[in-house]
Write a protein that binds this ligand. Structure first.
Ligand SMILES: Nc1ncnc2c1ncn2[C@@H]1O[C@H](COP(=O)(O)OP(=O)(O)O)[C@@H](O)[C@H]1O
Ligand SMILES: [Mg+2]
Length: 439
């Protein structure tokens, strides 16, 4: 992409409505625009990161054996009456009437709908287990939308729903999602800690929240700091194997959100030097809730013994849009965002210090072609701005690699290569710089 043709409305002033750094930086970097309280337009740069996060989530869900589908955002109220949640959900649910006065709602979550889809076709244990997921917009009319994408009213979630014959099967699926979540956040450069959590309006008896430690987090959390050093399952993880060992390693060290925190247990189980009391951002949650929906909604399957029973269900959410904020909270400096390579909107940037200079334009063109070919999706700054402003913009939007090409350097056969994360700068030939980036 050429910056001269891109849509990147950077803000010079720090927007006063933004209270936390990730929100400020997303607005300043031209990623986001608020259209109503808690409702945002995703500008091109923000959308690119959102898509990359989505893709990591998708790859890891697929690896774990889940199957993607897409359900509508609008749902019939009658469906929610079947589970009893239509009246229970309260003011957070956006209720709508269509032209026939039929009551509808904008989905805050999808347990009812996926249960309806499941029961329509699955009748036998032979078709189990199933784990269906989507990456879809949700609406929750939050009382206090704030902190930008952290607590929006409209937000993007990955939500999956599993169906098993019995509790043992449901726990296996739960463990698969537990391991997949460890991998998802790790690939985004985040250390997410699974913590015991309350089940809330979803209900059920087993739940973990995945928490990123950050001062701006909304909940207080308590854990044994040794969880920070536990190994993440590798790409070669075998999801059909017994994952209870991973589960045991991660859940035997104390980690709990404030809602379920047990101070006495914490103090007896965690040595004083290992106690970590902090604030955290919830970036995902796992729930096992058995037949809470399958029973009232009659999603039954026939077991090998010929007896019908409600499917054992769980649901598993990832806050896809919230993750942009969480990653920025975890990775920024005074100059702007520091994207991990895996989610950077552009894998590398080329800064042309003298557009119109034939040699500089040519070197930039060569770098652009090589980086494109190597899959870096480069951003070429071919604008006429002040050099200082060009550097500041690339730092603000967090380009992980910055290749700086100017007439003076080229006369000596060199360019400059800057690594955003470390600030390290190297002067080297264009070919050597491209090789250093990996192109
Ligand atoms: N209002 C919101 N804005 C952005 N992300 C949200 C919002 N509510 C929930 N999420 C994300 O979606 C994930 C799954 O949601 P869930 O656990 O059902 O919601 P909650 O924790 O609000 O009860 C959460 O872990 C969180 O990362
Ligand atoms: Mg939650």
């Amino acid at each position: 992409m050429r910056l001269s043709r891109y849509f990147l409305p950077l803000l010079k002033e720090t927007p006063s409505e933004a209270q936390i750094v990730s929100h400020r930086l997303m607005l300043r970097a031209g990623m986001l625009r608020q259209e109503a309280a808690g409702i945002y337009a995703w500008l091109p740069l923000g959308l690119k990161v959102l898509r990359k996060i989505e893709q990591i989530v998708r790859e890891e869900m697929n690896r774990a054996g889940a199957v993607e589908l897409l359900m509508p955002t609008l749902q019939l109220a009658d469906l929610w009456r079947e589970s009893g949640r239509y009246d229970d959900y309260g003011a957070e649910m956006l209720r709508i009437k269509d032209r026939h006065e039929r009551e509808m709602l904008y989905g805050p979550t999808n347990e009812e709908m996926v249960t309806e889809i499941f029961r329509a076709s699955v009748k036998s244990y032979k078709d189990l287990p199933q784990n269906l997921y989507q990456i879809q917009w949700k609406f929750r009319d939050e009382q206090r939308p704030r902190f930008g994408v952290m607590r929006g009213r409209e937000f993007l979630m990955k939500d999956s729903y599993s169906f098993d014959l019995d509790e043992a099967g449901a726990r296996r699926t739960y463990n698969q999602m537990f391991a997949a979540y460890l991998r998802i956040y790790d690939r985004m450069g985040l250390r997410a800690i699974p913590m015991r959590a309350e089940t809330g309006p979803i209900g059920g008896d087993l739940s973990h929240e995945f928490i990123i430690l950050a001062d701006t987090g909304e909940s207080a959390v308590y854990c044994d700091r040794r969880v920070l050093d536990l190994p993440i399952p590798g790409e070669d993880i075998d999801y059909s194997s017994d994952l209870s060992g991973i589960m045991r390693d991660w859940t035997s060290l104390y980690a709990a959100t404030e809602d379920v925190h047990d101070a006495a247990r914490y103090e007896s189980e965690v040595a004083e030097g290992d106690r970590l009391e902090a604030r955290g951002i919830e970036v995902g949650q796992l729930f096992y809730f058995g037949d809470k929906y399958s029973k009232p909604m009659k999603a039954v399957v026939t077991g090998p013994d010929g007896v019908d029973r409600p499917a054992q269900m769980g649901s598993y959410g990832v806050g896809v849009s919230r993750l942009l904020g969480a990653i920025i909270e975890a990775s920024h400096d005074d100059n702007g965002i520091i994207w991990p390579d895996s989610v950077a909107p552009f894998g590398a940037a080329i800064i042309n210090l003298r557009p119109g200079d034939a040699a500089v334009d040519e070197a930039c063109g060569k770098a652009y072609a090589a980086l494109t070919k190597a899959g870096f999706d480069p951003l070429l700054d071919d604008t006429d701005g002040r050099v200082g402003a060009k550097f500041a913009a690339m730092d603000l939007i967090g380009s992980p690699w910055q290749l700086i090409v100017g007439p003076k350097g080229l006369a000596d056969g060199v360019v400059e290569l800057k690594r955003r994360a470390t600030g390290e700068r190297q002067t080297l030939s264009l070919d050597a710089a491209l090789a250093a980036i990996g192109a």
